[in-house]
Design a protein around this ligand. Structure first.
Ligand code: SAM
Ligand code: 2KA
Ligand code: SF4
Ligand code: MG
Length: 209
C-alpha cells in the first residue's frame, strides 16, 4: 500500500472492501428486508466461531474509494448494511455522510469494540466477551443481538441488556454450529423471558448470501 492510499484509508475516504451483495437481511429486527450489504475487511476481535474469518486480515482486501462504493450501492437498494469484519475499526463518517446525501438508509452490524463513527439510521450491536462494546455504542444501539454458543451466554446477554438504552430491541441468535443443541434451550429461555426475541440466520436456511 502506498503512503497516499494509507492516508486515504486512515481518513475513511478509502476502505478495504471484501465483498458487496444485494440480498435479504437475514437476522434481527430487519430480517426479511431487501438490502445491499457492504462487507469491509479487518477485525481483531477474534471470535472463534466467526462465520467470516476471511474478513479479518484487512491487507487481503483492496482499498476501495468510498465514491465508488456509494455510487454502486445506491443502484441496488435504498437500504445499505455496512458489515465486516469490524466496520468501526475504520472512520465511517465519510462513507455514511455520502450515503445519507444520496437519501438511503444506513445500517451497521458491529461488535461495538471500537469508537462509534458514522451517521446511522440503525445500529445492530452484537457484543463480544473478548472485546466489550464502547459506552457510546450501548447508548446508541437500536438492536442488541447476542450470539448464544453455550448456556453461559444467557447470563452474558442479561448483563449486556442492562447496558443498552431503553428502546433497544433485544435478540438472541444461536451460533450456527451449535444451533441444534442451543435452539431448544433458547426457545425455553425466550418463553420464560419474553423481553428477548429469537433471531435466526435465515439467509443460511434460504441459501442466499
Ligand atoms: C460477521 S459479523 C460482522 C460485524 C461485526 N464484526 C459483529 O460481530 O457484529 C455479523 C454478524 O454475524 C454474527 N455472527 C458471526 N458468526 C456467527 C455464527 N457463527 N453464528 C451466528 N452468528 C454469527 C455476529 O455476531 C454479527 O452479529
Ligand atoms: N443475508 C444476510 N444477512 C446478514 N445479516 C448480517 C450479516 C452479516 O454478516 O453481517 C448478514 C449476511 O451476511 N447475510
Ligand atoms: S467481531 Fe464480528 S467479524 Fe470480528 S471475529 Fe467476531 S463475529 Fe467475526
Ligand atoms: Mg453474515
Amino acid at each position: 500500500m502506498t503512503a497516499e492510499v494509507k492516508q486515504q484509508v486512515d481518513k475513511g475516504e478509502m476502505l478495504p472492501l471484501m465483498e458487496e451483495f444485494y440480498t435479504i437481511q437475514g437476522e434481527g429486527y430487519h430480517k426479511g428486508k431487501a438490502a445491499y450489504f457492504i462487507r469491509v475487511g479487518g477485525c481483531d476481535v477474534g471470535c472463534h466461531w466467526c462465520d467470516v474469518k476471511e474478513s479479518w486480515d484487512a491487507d487481503t482486501h483492496p482499498p476501495t474509494s468510498i465514491n465508488h462504493i456509494v455510487d454502486n450501492a445506491i443502484k441496488h437498494s435504498d437500504t445499505i448494511v455496512i458489515t465486516g469484519g469490524e466496520p468501526l475499526m475504520w472512520d465511517m463518517n465519510p462513507l455514511t455522510k455520502k450515503l445519507k446525501s444520496k437519501g438511503v438508509q444506513t445500517h451497521i452490524e458491529t461488535s461495538g469494540a471500537y469508537p462509534l463513527s458514522g451517521e446511522w439510521d440503525w445500529i445492530c450491536l452484537s457484543p463480544k466477551k473478548r472485546m466489550l462494546p464502547k459506552a457510546e455504542v450501548y447508548q446508541r444501539a437500536n438492536e442488541l443481538k447476542v450470539i448464544v454458543y453455550n448456556t453461559h451466554d444467557f447470563a452474558f446477554a442479561e448483563e449486556q441488556a442492562k447496558k443498552v438504552n431503553q428502546n433497544c430491541k433485544l435478540f438472541l441468535q444461536p451460533e450456527w454450529s451449535k444451533r441444534e443443541k442451543m435452539m431448544p434451550k433458547m426457545i425455553d429461555y425466550v418463553m420464560q423471558n419474553p423481553k428477548w426475541i429469537m433471531s435466526l440466520q435465515t439467509h443460511k436456511y434460504l441459501n442466499i448470501p
